[in-house]
Design a protein around this ligand. Structure first.
Ligand code: SF4
Length: 85
């Protein structure tokens, strides 16, 4: 039997649902393009972090973890999620 920590469980659940992982130093961000409704709330929030013209399009460490969490909390579709240790 495999045991997962809470952190691993969240990650596994999101990846199973089709989210992609974007790793940062203090937190990881998850995005599911099939759920995104392109409201651009994230891009308006901080285009250094969320910018479709850059690769990867999410640069988690380009703002503080608190700011990134704040922006993700405003995502209307649930396409963006995060977890931190
Ligand atoms: S805020 Fe959420 S729904 Fe809007 S564009 Fe960003 S990821 Fe998509």
């Amino acid at each position: 039997m495999t045991y997962f920590s809470n952190h691993q469980l969240i990650k596994k659940e999101l990846l199973d649902k089709g989210y992609r992982e974007y790793r940062g130093k203090e937190m990881n961000v998850y995005f599911n393009g099939e759920i995104c409704i392109h409201a651009a709330e994230c891009i308006r929030g901080n285009s250094a972090v969320f910018n479709p013209r850059q690769k990867p399009w999410i640069k988690v460490d380009s703002a503080s973890a608190a700011e990134v969490k704040n922006i993700i909390d405003r995502c209307p579709s649930g396409a963006l999620q995060y977890e931190s240790e």
